[in-house]
Design a protein around this ligand. Structure first.
Ligand code: UD1
Ligand code: CA
Length: 461
């Protein structure tokens, strides 16, 4: 059986956060989620996550993923990376494992291909370590070699000046023969600068007992996250990887540096993402749709050939050929059917807008059921809240609501009805009727001319 141990017990002190390090999101997914996703294609039978700081939250996240073979093991005190792996083994979670991969919960950008390369590099020696080359290796464990053979890893704080000059570093990711690992962990000491059981010390032990191999991978894949700047850097790597994947799949991304697409988002070939687009959560964008510039969509479905411009939308559906924006806010529960329109400075909440219906300008439509082919004029408000409860507005097919109308809910405007501009409508409007609510108009002939004349004379006096 092949297994992985994911080290995720650390606090992440340098992030200065109440959230445990491995639950910090990068491109819409916690760091730990990226690690678990990377190992998934390897088809490991068991994945043990070692949890400590924020352990309940981390466990809750892992349980929520419902990974077959996934489980969490608590490490009550963080006594080093070697102690963490030993804790996983001692918990009995890996008893029938033949190979154990060790992954770090704070190294999220590793790829499945590099993990496969690590296993292949091990072959049948006791261990393989994933390494990289850094112009500035400060802080990392250095890889010591004798010719081609890896002989040991020495931590920065335990290294001599000469050893600190080595630019090949330990990424913290390993593949071990399970039996060899168990034996080596049993012989670790805490005789080092940090007084911890270092996993890295297994390398010198195993190098003497069959050898340790290494595989070099690109540095951006194995960048660790210890502070906020590194979190931003790793997020940029992951974001770019998502966008590259979309572009390969046929999505037009006009400016990848200004486009933000989260891990779970789906975008179809021939969709266009204009600069300033942020797609979050379970957002889906269909072929031919154009999103942006400057639109933030969270859990939104954008169907074929729709356009969404300068918009903020949450939990909404934009139907085929529908148009949204500019400067539009679609709140949860809004559905625009095919060809419908939510235009400039329009806010909608729990509004169902029927096929071909238009709300082009400056309106609030909330808790509303709007039929097909309806025209809602500029400045119309569904008055859905009386300070205590929310009420529903229903507008039938083909109705026409004149500009600057207040529809005081609960209210129903029947199919084909007209509501005159500027009305405050408080009772239902029958089908095909005209409803009009206005004060009597007065016209005083010549009044303005007389007023101007009075002022002119006054000025001369
Ligand atoms: C470790 C390596 C170092 C390597 C670097 C790469 C050791 C001794 N050092 O150093 O060679 O270059 O990673 O990023 O292994 N953890 C636990 N329990 C513990 C201690 C740590 O779960 O008791 C977890 C941390 O949460 C983290 C990972 O192990 O996810 C690495 O620990 P960290 O303290 O960050 O090690 P580094 O000092 O970065
Ligand atoms: Ca680290």
């Amino acid at each position: 059986m092949n297994a992985a141990v994911v080290l995720a017990a650390g606090k992440g002190t340098r992030l200065r956060s109440a959230t445990p390090k491995v639950l910090h999101p990068a491109a819409g997914r916690p760091l730990l989620g990226w690690v678990l996703e990377a190992q998934h294609p390897l088809g490991l039978a068991r994945v043990v996550v070692v949890v400590g700081h924020g352990g309940d939250d981390v466990r809750g996240y892992v349980d929520g993923l419902g990974m077959p073979g996934g489980r969490c093991v608590p490490q009550a005190e963080q006594r080093g990376t070697g102690h963490a792996v030993r804790t996983a083994l001692d918990a009995g979670a890996l008893d029938d494992a033949t190979e154990v991969l060790v992954l770090a919960g704070d190294v999220p950008a590793v790829t499945p291909a590099s993990l496969e390369a690590l296993r292949a590099a091990r072959g049948d020696v006791p261990a393989a370590v994933m390494t990289t080359r850094l112009a500035d290796p400060t802080g990392y464990g250095r890889i010591l070699t004798d010719g081609d053979r890896i002989t040991a890893i020495v931590e920065e704080r335990d290294a001599t000046d000469a050893q600190r000059g080595v630019d090949r570093v330990n990424t913290g990711l390993f593949a071990f023969d399970a039996t060899a690992l168990r034996g080596a962990l049993g012989r670790l000491t805490t005789d080092n600068a940090q007084g911890e059981e270092y996993l890295t010390d297994t390398v010198a032990l195993l190098a003497a007992e069959g050898g340790v191999t290494g595989v070099d991978v690109p540095a951006d894949e194995v960048a660790g996250v210890n502070d906020r700047a590194q979190l931003a850097a790793v997020e940029a790597t992951l974001r770019r990887r998502i966008l590259d994947g979309l572009m390969v799949a046929g999505v037009r991304v006009v400016d990848p540096a200004a486009t933000y697409v989260d891990a779970e988002v789906e975008v179809a070939a021939d969709a266009t993402l204009l600069p300033g687009t942020m797609l979050h959560g379970r957002t889906r964008v269909a072929a031919g749709a154009v999103v942006g510039p400057h639109s933030r969509l969270t859990d939104v479905v954008v169907e074929a050939d729709a356009t969404v411009t300068y918009t903020v939308a949450v939990e909404a559906r934009v139907g085929p050929r529908a148009t949204v924006g500019p400067y539009t806010h679609l709140r949860a529960g809004t559905v625009l059917e095919a060809g419908a329109k939510a235009g400039g400075f329009v806010e909608m909440k729990k509004a169902h807008i029927g096929e071909g219906s238009k709300v082009p300008h400056l309106s609030y439509v909330g808790d509303a059921e709007v039929g097909r082919g309806v025209n809602v004029g500029a400045g119309v408000v569904t008055v859905n809240y009386d300070g205590f409860t929310k009420s529903v507005t229903t507008i039938g097919d083909g109705a026409f609501v004149g500009s600057d109308t207040m529809l005081v809910a609960p209210i129903e405007v029947g199919p084909g009805a007209y509501v005159g501009a500027g009305s405050v409508i408080t009772t239902d409007v029958p089908a095909d009727a005209l409803a009009l609510e206005r004060g009597e108009r007065r016209t005083i002939e010549g009044w303005a001319a007389r007023k101007r004349e009075r002022h002119r004379k006054g000025d001369q006096a």
